[in-house]
Design a protein. Structure first.
Length: 332
């Protein structure tokens, strides 16, 4: 089209879902997910005005103090997903136990999500995000169960994140499809399809490493050696402290994001089901790599991991093949 925002060539998320998925139930699920992202985006934008900052006085499964926006965004996603009629199991970072949807309201999909990841950044207006992964129930007909989500990450059928930054952006990939980017047009209330086939810059992109260097003394030696060499190779350090922001920049600009295991947390800090796995699928679909580092004596592809608990943690090394391979070479 001629370009410009009134162009008839406007392509929406809904159009992408309907023309690509050919699956009514998954289309409805993703439409509800997008609605929840829009509502969360609005809540984050209005937080100060609506006095939503501050504590809700409750604790979540990790023992963190829940902020009002954490609770609100979790309620928004749980309600939207239940109403979709497409879900049978919901795993949220904010709920200790999975939600098993009653048969009469259930569908075939299981959703694992972190409704507002990086929430410690909310009160200072640093970007945060929602992360999610979708599985298909293993056994049609039967009630969903936790067994439908405690399985290898490569079984994921859809993964995505929504970044509440200067723009609200939804980044999605469905199994077998390439990574797609959508930007929320607040005047329309629609996610506009802005980029198809999103990939890492060829050759690995900018020389950026992203980690919390405050943990350097607690890392194992291979990670210490890799980071020390990144400095020698004049890499830049970029770290927001919100996984969605750090991964989004890594995919678009290149480089590597690392949250290793350390002597304080032997399995790292990030969660498998709603942080590590969805980001690993997106990164791989964009031509990158995602590893947990060493597992039982050999380097492990993250999506090969089989979690045994819904809030299980895993070390995360993800980004351009150039930089992930460099780090993993230190383990030999
Ligand atoms: P640290 C935010 O709390 C989070 O879960 C991720 O979004 C982020 O990557 C990580 O933890 C930051 O952890 O220890 O650097 O503050």
């Amino acid at each position: 089209g001629s370009g410009g925002d009134l162009d008839s060539e406007f392509h929406s998320l809904t159009e992408y879902l309907m023309t690509t998925l050919k699956d009514q139930e998954l289309t409805v699920l993703m439409s509800q997910m997008a609605l929840a992202c829009k509502a969360t985006s609005r809540a984050c934008a209005k937080a100060g005005i609506a006095n939503l900052f501050g504590m809700a006085g409750d604790q979540n499964s990790s023992g963190d103090d829940q902020k009002k926006l954490d609770v609100l965004s979790n309620d928004i996603f749980v309600n939207a997903l239940l109403k979709s009629g497409s879900c049978c199991v919901l795993v949220s970072e904010e709920n200790e136990e999975p939600i098993i949807v009653p048969e009469k309201d259930a569908g075939r999909f299981c959703v694992c999500f972190d409704p507002l990841d990086g929430s410690s950044n909310i009160d200072c207006n640093v970007s945060t995000g929602t992360i999610f992964a979708v599985y298909e129930k293993k056994t049609p007909g039967k009630l969903g169960s936790v067994a439908d989500v405690l399985r290898v990450g490569s079984d994921i059928v859809a993964a995505g994140y929504c970044m509440y930054g200067a723009a609200t952006e939804l980044v999605l990939c469905f199994k077998g499809q390439s990574v797609q980017r959508f930007a929320l047009d607040p005047s329309l209330g629609e996610f506009v399809h802005t980029h198809s086939n999103v990939t890492f810059p060829s050759g690995g992109g900018k020389k950026i490493y992203s980690c919390n260097e405050g943990n350097f003394p607690y890392w194992d030696q291979p990670i210490k050696d890799a980071v020390t060499e990144f400095k020698a190779k004049k890499y830049a350090l970029r770290y927001v402290g919100s996984m969605v922001s750090d991964v989004h920049r890594t995919i678009l600009y290149g480089g590597v994001f690392v949250y290793p295991a350390d002597s304080k947390s032997p399995k790292g800090k990030l969660r498998v089901l709603y942080e590590g796995f969805p980001m690993a699928l997106l990164v791989e679909c964009a031509g990158g790599k995602a590893s947990t580092g060493m597992f039982n004596g050999s380097v492990q592809r993250m999506l090969d991991l089989e979690p045994t608990h819904v809030h299980e943690r895993c070390p995360v090394i993800l980004g351009s093949p150039r930089d992930v391979d460099f780090i993993l070479s230190k383990y030999n």
